[in-house]
Design a protein around this ligand. Sequence first.
Ligand SMILES: Nc1nc2c(c(=O)[nH]1)N[C@H]1C(S)=C(S)[C@@H](COP(=O)(O)O)O[C@H]1N2
Ligand SMILES: [Mo]
Length: 201
Amino acid sequence: MSPVSRGFLGRRRPVADPSRLPPGQYLETGFPVLSAGPTPHTPLDEWNFLISGEVDEPVSWPWKDFLELPAESVTVDIHCVTKWSKFDTKWKGVSVDTLFERINSEAAYVTAWSDGGYTTNLPREHVSDGKAWVAYEYDGQPLHPEHGGPARLLVPHLYFWKSAKWVRGLTFTRQDEPGFWENYGYHNLGDPWLEQRYQGD
Ligand SMILES: Nc1nc2c(c(=O)[nH]1)N[C@H]1C(S)=C(S)[C@@H](COP(=O)(O)O)O[C@H]1N2
Ligand SMILES: [Mo]
């Protein structure tokens, strides 16, 4: 066998439809795993999804109830701040709009929080009106733990760090409170079309 693999040398990046590729991104055909820490494995009988914070009444759904909520299947393009984009990813999950039907709140921001301690902040309007889901299937299969299973936030119109893996809840806040990567200098919103990678972009 050759000491240098042909596959590596011969690797070519596929050509992407430029109207779907945000500035500075390239098309990825695999599905990279990017996790800041170890993969948590929360048993489903201990899992629930909690909406809390600045709300009249917090609401929580155990796993079984969560699966009974109306679900949507969506096919979306995703964009990681490390510059890969992946087209036509297929997910099933509950629209955040469906969860918010149960909530009364005047607060303008939410923080998504996850098993393992990850957090990320989002303006409420960026997770409303069909823009975000809590997804539990990928490509017709239960979401793999490495990719955030049992469930992850999916906010495809923002850089993928906003799509918190192993998400367990959304906390309403009055102020925009930087989450994990935002505290390390990532942009508070993260719109890939405006190339909002870091604070000040
Ligand atoms: N809980 C948690 N969610 C996370 C992360 C993380 O480290 N922990 N990384 C974020 C980043 S930077 C990216 S690009 C995507 C990667 O998702 P993937 O591993 O399914 O590709 O998850 C995001 N959600
Ligand atoms: Mo990322």
